[in-house]
Design a protein around this ligand. Structure first.
Ligand code: DI6
Ligand code: FE
Length: 409
């Protein structure tokens, strides 16, 4: 198979994250890996490689490590304005919920975002996307949720699609219409959910702007019954389903999302054992967001041991947003997942590759170094894959490969 490759990396150690490779990190040492047409087409040990048969480009990786491209499976990176003054308020003792109930929080970002058109949203969001890409992100989920009306929700999704066209990165777009109750619908949450179900979702689907729906199931946002209405409509349109659940209290939103075969249930600090069992039963990924846990100074830990016991795949993501996680670094999240949540460095790396791909409904295509998968790959100047979760702040990427082509940023 190496004969027909457009490009072959030789002398490379692979952290494949392939479940079929029963080694920590799915590690394979002293390998060659070849790509053609944007996909991985050959993997094999150097000792059996006949170099003379390779006609494509050969890159000597000189014993460095290669991993799948990193996948950030939960971001709100399209927004306008900033909430640094709320950070000051919170540091003086005001809680996130109090700020939210007094009209700040998400609604303050909604005000700023509604004033911006698509081009302005792209301009404001590009540096955040660039920061993620520069440290190895090749796929990113981006949510709406700061428009809360049809026009601005769609503008946010258009901005996400626009960036996907401009840059070497895959974007999975989620409609988070049910993020907060907009002022126009005060005291009429059900009326607002009508708007989400009857207008926003159909319009977003009609324009091909959306891959999944998301909701915020919480006392300060929407009830399980309201979230379920959104899931039902999403299911009719064949969209993926995801949810912000059990972040600030236990509303049993994870079990609800799982009943709708959600791709992912996110946050989960207040998740109970029944919720864990529901995720396991339906193959729903648990997406952990240590940045929000850290930034809100949460003390309740997500039930990591139970998630392990029930073999629920765990993803790790940034939750990049202006209010609860203004932290544009997936590598930092890997470190926090280990230090704050006690994940192993292997679990953290699986959380930003294989399990993150599954959280986006793309597990058959992305997240592992395996023949047939898309060739989004990173070549790192590291001695061991544990370094990726251990060290933070040094850019150790030697080559960023997107769809089989070098695409450094
Ligand atoms: N939970 C979060 O952590 C983000 N959204 C959500 O539902 C925060 C969004 C924000 O504060 O702007
Ligand atoms: Fe979020």
């Amino acid at each position: 198979m190496f004969q027909s490759c457009e490009r072959v990396w030789i002398n490379v150690n692979l952290a494949t994250l392939d479940t079929a490779v029963e080694q920590p990190y799915g590690a394979l040492h002293d390998q060659a890996i070849g790509v053609r047409g944007g996909r991985i087409v050959a993997i094999g040990p150097m000792v059996t490689l006949d170099r003379s048969c390779i006609t494509g480009e050969v890159i000597d990786a000189a014993g460095n490590w290669m991993t799948p491209g990193l996948i950030d499976a939960h971001t709100h990176l399209v927004f306008a304005g900033n909430r640094a003054q709320e950070f000051e308020q919170r540091l003086s003792g005001v809680s996130y919920e109090e700020i939210s109930r007094s009209g700040g929080g998400i609604l303050s970002t909604v005000n700023a975002t509604r004033k911006s058109g698509v081009e302005e949203l792209v301009r404001l969001s590009e540096p955040r996307l660039m920061a993620l890409m520069a440290e190895g992100v090749t796929s990113v989920e981006i949510k709406s949720g700061y428009g809360l009306n049809v026009k601005t929700e769609l503008d946010m999704l258009r901005a996400a699609r626009c960036m996907a066209e401009r840059y070497p990165v895959r974007v999975s777009a989620s409609l988070l219409g049910a993020h907060a109750l907009p002022p126009e619908y005060r005291n009429d949450a059900d009326g607002y959910i009508d708007l989400v179900c009857n207008e926003m979702i159909p319009a977003a689907v009609g324009e091909g702007l959306v891959d999944a729906v998301d909701v915020f199931c919480e006392t300060i946002a929407f009830t399980p019954a309201q979230c379920e209405r959104v899931f039902k409509v999403a299911q009719q349109y064949g969209l993926g389903i995801r949810g912000h659940v059990e972040q600030l209290s236990n509303q049993h939103g994870a079990a609800l999302a799982a009943r709708y075969d959600a791709w992912s249930a996110d946050h989960l600090e207040w998740l109970d054992e029944a919720g864990v069992a529901a995720l396991a039963e339906h193959g729903t990924v648990a997406t952990l967001l240590p940045g929000a846990f850290y930034f809100l100074r949460e003390t309740k830990l997500p039930p990591i041991d139970l998630l392990r016991e029930y073999r629920v795949p765990m993803a790790v993501a940034t939750d990049l947003n202006p209010g609860s996680s203004p932290l544009a670094s997936l590598r930092l999240m890997m470190n926090m997942a280990c230090v704050l949540f006690r994940l192993t460095p292997h679990e953290a790396l699986a959380g930003v590759t294989r399990n993150a791909a599954q959280a986006l409904g793309l597990g058959d295509d992305l997240g592992m170094l395996r023949v047939g998968m898309r060739a989004d790959m990173l070549l790192w100047d590291i001695q061991h894959p544990a370094e990726l979760a251990c060290q933070y702040g040094v850019n150790s990427i030697k080559q960023r490969i997107f769809a089989g082509e070098e695409a450094n940023v």
